[in-house]
Design a protein around this ligand. Structure first.
Ligand SMILES: Cc1cc2nc3c(=O)[nH]c(=O)nc-3n(C[C@H](O)[C@H](O)[C@H](O)COP(=O)(O)OP(=O)(O)OC[C@H]3O[C@@H](n4cnc5c(N)ncnc54)[C@H](O)[C@@H]3O)c2cc1C
Length: 391
């Protein structure tokens, strides 16, 4: 067992760190200004420009198989890369990416959706959640009824990331009510529906800058050839999509918490009260120490989730642990860092309040805290996982 990064991994980490410092962090003031004026954080042109700069630095399709022109860096590298890019709140995503479940597409679907998504010509989103079905994904009500060579979709999806910008959606709908009623999982199909087929979207205002959308389907006709995977067998695709990013939320929390902790350390050495820097006070030192310990713990949980996946093993249990602990750690750290900054931490002069708002989301999406606890305890109580199995 080697608990250190390889030379290659360290080199990639260094390169991405330089990219973040040189290209992303200098944009922070612009992002804050735009958001506070109610504009998009960054213009689409700027986002594209950043992707191209990342490409020049060798980061394109970091998780995309080599046969599709990607770098396929593996999950450990994904974890490390996400920890680095999360040291800034500047929204950034690498080019050359497509949703994991799009690789289940048939050849024609790959030509029409997968390849254009990887090439950045089309934008996708994924829609499972409905107003009456969030954690309880088996309770979805959107229907798809066959009519000739088409399926007619009716219903509403909500909280869909990228739903305002997407050209197409991978949307889950009930195709066999009886099967669905019996198991909750069967009788659900995943459709690829172009926006041009008639669905509409509406921006949802949140406490963060995320801006998901509600999607409305009113007799939207989707051709038979746009079924992704098997008819009535789409539910597992949904779980696979949701599971993909779960532990990455933990990686994002580690990166953000590291940057925030450094801000708190720097500020505590400068800020004096009662004749001494606040860094000299045990109350502050303990908050710094608690944060450092928790960041380290989250880092190893995330790396374990990534490593497990790289070994070709089922990582769902450790992914839930990494997501639950990492996202809660991130919330505790940002709260402490805000406290250490006193009134300044609460102002819009500093970006801490922005992180504070964003961190709250980590405990909700990709499965809430409670759902992660449900999964972890169920695995143990049912004996799917034994205590200490992963050491
Ligand atoms: C910004 C954002 C982006 C999102 N992006 C997407 C997306 O791209 N695609 C998509 O399909 N969805 C997306 N979601 C939806 C997200 O996955 C759901 O919000 C999440 O799963 C929780 O569902 P809910 O909001 O309906 O809460 P509910 O399921 O109604 O839960 C309410 C509360 O009850 C708790 N609870 C629920 N069931 C149990 C239980 N059995 N035991 C104990 N406690 C329980 C929950 O933990 C929560 O605290 C997004 C959400 C947000 C906020």
């Amino acid at each position: 067992m080697n608990l250190r990064l390889s030379d290659e991994q360290r080199m990639i980490q260094k390169t991405i760190r330089k990219f973040v410092e040189k290209e992303l962090i200098p944009l922070e003031n612009e992002v804050l200004r735009n958001e506070r004026e109610g504009k998009p954080s960054l213009s689409p042109e700027k986002r594209k420009d950043l992707q191209l700069k990342a490409k020049e630095a060798g980061f394109w399709g970091i998780n995309t198989p080599e046969e599709y022109g990607g770098a396929d860096l593996g999950q450990m590298m994904m974890a490390i890369v996400y920890m680095e890019i999360s040291k800034t709140f500047v929204p950034f995503s690498f080019g050359g990416y497509a949703d994991n479940i799009l690789y289940y597409a048939n050849e024609e679907q790959k030509r029409n959706y997968l390849i254009p998504t990887i090439n950045g010509e089309k934008k996708s989103c994924f829609a499972m959640t409905e107003p009456g079905a969030g954690s309880d994904t088996q309770n979805i009500r959107m229907t798809a009824v066959k009519d000739g060579n088409e399926w007619v979709l009716n219903g509403e999806k909500t909280f869909i990331t990228g739903g305002n910008e997407a050209d197409f959606v991978m949307v889950m709908a009930v195709t066999d009510k009886e099967k669905h009623r019996q198991t909750g999982r069967d009788g659900v199909t995943c459709f690829i529906a172009d926006r041009s087929m008639g669905w509409t979207s509406e921006y949802i205002h949140t406490m963060g800058e995320w801006g998901p959308a509600s999607l409305f389907f009113d007799d939207v006709r989707v051709p038979e050839e746009n079924i992704l995977g098997e008819i009535d067998g789409g539910y597992n695709l949904g779980l696979e999509w949701i599971g993909f990013a779960r532990w990455i939320v933990g990686a994002q929390a580690v990166g953000a918490a590291e940057r925030l902790l450094q801000m708190a350390i720097d500020y505590s050495k400068e800020r004096e009260t009662f004749g001494k820097p606040i860094a000299d006070r045990q109350a502050i030192q303990w908050q710094i120490a608690d944060s450092a310990v928790e960041i380290e713990a989250a880092r190893w949980l995330v790396l374990n989730a990534a490593f497990t996946l790289d070994q070709g093993e089922d990582n769902r249990h450790v992914a839930s642990i990494a997501k639950l602990y990492g996202s809660n750690m991130g919330n505790r750290v940002v709260d402490r860092v805000l406290q250490i900054h006193g009134g300044m931490g609460y102002t819009r002069e500093l970006p801490i309040e922005r992180w504070y708002r964003e961190a709250r989301l980590w405990r909700i999406y990709d499965g809430t805290d409670e759902i992660q606890k449900l999964i972890i305890s169920r695995n143990l109580l049912k004996g799917h996982v034994k205590v200490g199995q992963f050491v």
